[in-house]
Design a protein around this ligand. Sequence first.
Ligand SMILES: CN(C(=O)[C@H](Cc1cnc[nH]1)NC(=O)OCc1ccccc1)[C@@H](Cc1ccccc1)C(=O)N[C@@H](Cc1ccc(O)cc1)C(=O)NO
Ligand SMILES: [Zn+2]
Length: 314
Amino acid sequence: MGELAADKHVKYIISVEKKKDSFESVVMEHLRLNGAYWGLTTLDILGKLDAVDEEDVISWILKCQDESGGFAGNIGHDPHVLYTLSAVQVLALFDKLDILDADKVSNYVAGLQNGDGSFSGDIWGEVDTRFSYIAICCLSILQRLDKINVDKAVEYIVSCKNLDGGFGCTPGGESHSGQIFCCVGALAIAGALHHVDKDLLGWWLCERQVKSGGLNGRPEKLPDVCYSWWVLSSLIMIDRVHWINKDKLVKFILDCQDMENGGISDRPDDAVDVFHTYFGVAGLSLLEYPGLKPIDPAYALPVDVVNRIFFSKK
Ligand SMILES: CN(C(=O)[C@H](Cc1cnc[nH]1)NC(=O)OCc1ccccc1)[C@@H](Cc1ccccc1)C(=O)N[C@@H](Cc1ccc(O)cc1)C(=O)NO
Ligand SMILES: [Zn+2]
């Protein structure tokens, strides 16, 4: 697959957005707000965010907000930090953060911090370093990090660091590339990356590259396009991205495209989905593939969107 079939991927994303009753839409129904973030961020990286009706998307997202201030994965579902971050990220893409009651949303997220600094995902209390990242990223975008105890949050994440330099979902949890992204991303946003042993972790991460050029999530596992984000963004944040073969990774991602109908799959010849289309395009953006907008490895948003949040005159 010589090059990125950008226009095919734009058509694919838009077709999924439109098809409400497809198998994929039903299966992902509870994740629909995440799906909106994946699809719309892909369009923005490809320079085609204007291909969707902004008002339609924004009015639908606001219908997912719960009275608690948190957002649910779809209208009428229960709120969770997972979907609250996606809602905030999508509004940031459209430069519409000001329509939110930032205090209400941030009170919901801040209210999920536990005494030990960790975060629960929702009122049912499940604790996981995924939720630490989501809380810190969301509150940072809303410029409300002062509502939580950042030092305790950092302390908890560091308590999840393993002897191999990686991180797990809770203290003593096995190192996994997804959890590593969450912990490194949270530490990067909190300005606490000095807690990471960059050479030790960089070595564990670069070992994720297999001979096909793809990256896997743990030793001995198969490569998967979405790890082009979890592993690569972590390597970039700790300045060790030169330890992998970028050209071979680009080729692996391009080989996972459906050149006929658009979309990117987890590995060559598998079925495409919006999730892997996003992480493939985002991975290519991190690899500076020509014609793609650069994406911020910690915020998982286009760099121009991040700059607008923090440096725009209000
Ligand atoms: C819930 N989820 C996952 O568990 C995916 C499944 C998968 C995709 N490729 C291989 N497995 N796994 C995943 O996102 O793993 C990365 C990760 C693991 C732990 C922490 C953070 C990231 C995917 C959705 C999905 C389900 C099934 C097939 C494709 C996508 C997902 O929503 N991931 C979230 C992160 C996440 C990950 C795991 C969770 O339990 C919850 C959320 C995300 O990327 N948000 O932007
Ligand atoms: Zn995957």
